[in-house]
Design a protein around this ligand. Structure first.
Ligand SMILES: [Zn+2]
Ligand SMILES: [Zn+2]
Length: 564
């Protein structure tokens, strides 16, 4: 025992070490805490000299490792009294190992565990596919400001969480907030265990100032990364993962040709889904013939794939298969309105319209409901395949808007309301910050009726068809919320029955008046230019078939021949 370093420790730990030099009393880890963080707290509490403490923990002066530390066997022995965890337990509970090991085969996992129990962390990185050759490891420690606040009030200190240090994770999944970060010192020589409470006491920068349109994707990546770390609720089971991917691509169809995956098509689709800049931010660009995607889909059990690439591929395939199934049955299925605050007489009364594909390849479906709800969706609820999950709210139903205002007035935060109601945050925020109230269904009906009447008065013969073409969205909404009234308004020309002479005379008088006014207006506007008869007709809002009916319209004929 004489070769063990003499320790300058204080307090309780000193007492323990004096009795049994081999043992170390590390603090109890908090939920999801990194081993690195536990050691950081331990050293800050005791104000230890860093080299001595490291030797005391690992048996030699090991370099601090954040995600995948080595020498866990030694550490397990030395903490046996306080923790009683094996090296394997420490690897699974206090390091990022389970995240990297999630989709590895069993023999590879036990190899890596053996490496971590011994003192060769660098070989672990390579074996797990986590070496800097694949995706550069982070040069910073990340944390969430809100998690920190909660920790401080709960424990009086904070700590580094495992889920915040995962590659590609930019947001806290609990608070849906962009993480802040502390840079690591440049040189390895100065590396020490950084205590979270001490390092984050001053204001820190967020990793990214604004995620913009990538916010939902960044959240999905963070969420999936957490799931891999905890090994729970895996959407894609661990066995035969490559076969699952290939089957999903086959089902998707568009990038599968003549029995082979068309890599250029698939790569283009993935790049447009995530955008090139976002992929390069993650270190996952799809460039060249040996891109990671091709390796990921190679049916070889020796290929090691970085978990982040699994995640990117999974999220892409899920989005597209969900969307494909929604699109495939959009016209056949009966869709349920997601507004729970309106007594729908029939549940399935929504009208749907499939939009053009956006730049990222997603096609959203717009839906109108008689309750006043108007929204787009591209996914359905997991529990009920007839219930759409709202992407954006175009217009809130009055009943739902009232409920949201009520919740807000009772002091609940907008973000909580949005997550409670499974609504997009932006839509709720817009509604609540909008000063002017959403009209009740009845008053909205009256407003739309007035606008429709105005529209009818502007078209010849109060033709419903012409008015509809002038204002399609107005017509579409009325057709949903007030169909009977709408069908009773205006006139519908019956092509088969010819018009009576009296009707022609009335029309001739009206149209001639209209054409004369238009011709005068046009001549005034451009006095030097000749105005053609057809431009007068069009400017008056009439159709060119007027010319073939001039024998019925003598007054119009006079006006047009004079103007031309
Ligand atoms: Zn948080
Ligand atoms: Zn509805």
């Amino acid at each position: 025992m004489s070769n063990l370093p003499s320790l300058e420790l204080q307090g309780h730990a000193e007492q323990v070490l004096a009795d049994r030099v081999m043992l170390v009393q590390l603090p109890e880890p908090y939920p999801d805490e990194l081993l690195y963080s536990v050691i950081g707290r331990y050293m800050a509490h005791l104000r230890l000299q860093r080299d001595r403490a490291r030797s005391a923990l690992f048996g030699h002066r090991a370099k601090p490792q954040i995600g995948l530390p080595g020498c866990l066997g030694e550490l397990a022995d030395r903490t046996s009294l306080s923790w009683g965890k094996t090296a394997k337990q420490i690897a699974y509970e206090l390091t990022l190992f389970p995240y990297f090991a999630c989709y590895l085969n069993k023999s590879r996992v036990s190899q890596c565990l053996a490496c971590m129990a011994e003192c060769s962390p660098s070989s672990v990185y390579a074996r797990l596919g986590a070496s800097s050759a694949t995706i550069a490891s982070r040069r910073y420690l990340a944390f969430c400001m809100q998690c920190r606040e909660e920790d401080m009030s709960l424990y009086g200190e904070t700590y580094w969480r495992r889920c915040h240090q995962l590659p590609g994770t930019f947001v806290c999944t609990r608070h849906e907030q962009v993480l802040s970060y502390i840079e690591l010192p440049e040189s390895n020589r100065f590396w020490r265990y950084m205590d979270a409470t001490e390092c984050t006491s001053e204001l820190c920068d967020p990793i990214m100032s604004d995620l913009g349109s990538k916010a939902s994707i960044a959240f999905a990546i963070a969420k999936r990364s957490c799931d891999l770390l905890r090994g729970t609720e895996l959407v894609w089971s661990k066995d035969g993962i490559v076969e699952q991917y290939r089957a999903a691509i086959l089902n998707q169809g568009s990038t599968y040709r003549l029995g082979m995956i068309s890599y250029p098509d698939l790569e283009a689709a993935i790049t447009s889904y995530y955008s090139e800049s976002f992929l390069s931010l993650l270190g996952c660009e799809l460039i060249g013939r040996d891109s990671w995607l091709r390796k990921a889909l190679e049916p070889s059990r020796f290929t090691v794939r970085h978990p982040l690439r699994h995640i990117l591929l999974q999220l892409f395939l899920e989005q597209h298969s969900q969307q494909a199934s929604v699109l495939a049955r959009h016209s056949r299925a009966s869709w349920q309105c997601p507004n729970p605050y309106f007594q729908h007489e029939q549940i399935y009364t929504m009208r749907l319209h499939v939009g053009k594909a956006r730049t990222d390849g997603v096609r959203s479906i717009s839906a109108w409901c008689p309750c006043g709800m108007r929204f787009t969706f591209s996914r359905v609820s997991v529990s009920n395949p007839n219930l759409p999950v709202i992407d954006t709210v175009r217009r809130f139903a009055p009943s739902w808007a009232d409920k949201l205002r009520e919740l807000r007035a009772s002091g609940i935060r907008i973000r909580e309301i949005a997550s409670l109601m499974k609504l997009p945050f932006a839509s709720v925020k817009t509604l609540l910050s909008n000063a002017e109230p959403v009209l009740g269904l009845e008053s909205r009906k009256l407003m739309l009726r007035a606008r429709w009447e105005e529209c009818l008065s502007e078209v010849p013969d109060r033709s419903r068809n012409l008015a509809r073409r002038r204002n399609k969205s107005l017509y579409a909404e009325l057709a949903v919320i007030d169909p009977e009234w709408l069908s009773a308004t205006g006139t519908r020309l019956n092509r088969r029955r010819s018009m009576t002479d009296e009707q022609w005379r009335v029309r001739d008088r009206e149209w001639a008046e209209r054409l004369r006014a238009t011709a005068d207006r046009l001549l005034e506007a451009g006095s030097s230019r000749r105005v053609s008869a057809s431009s007068i007709v069009l400017a008056a809002g009439l159709k060119l078939w007027v010319f073939s009916k001039l024998h019925h319209l003598p007054q119009c004929k006079v006006v047009l021949s004079r103007g031309a």
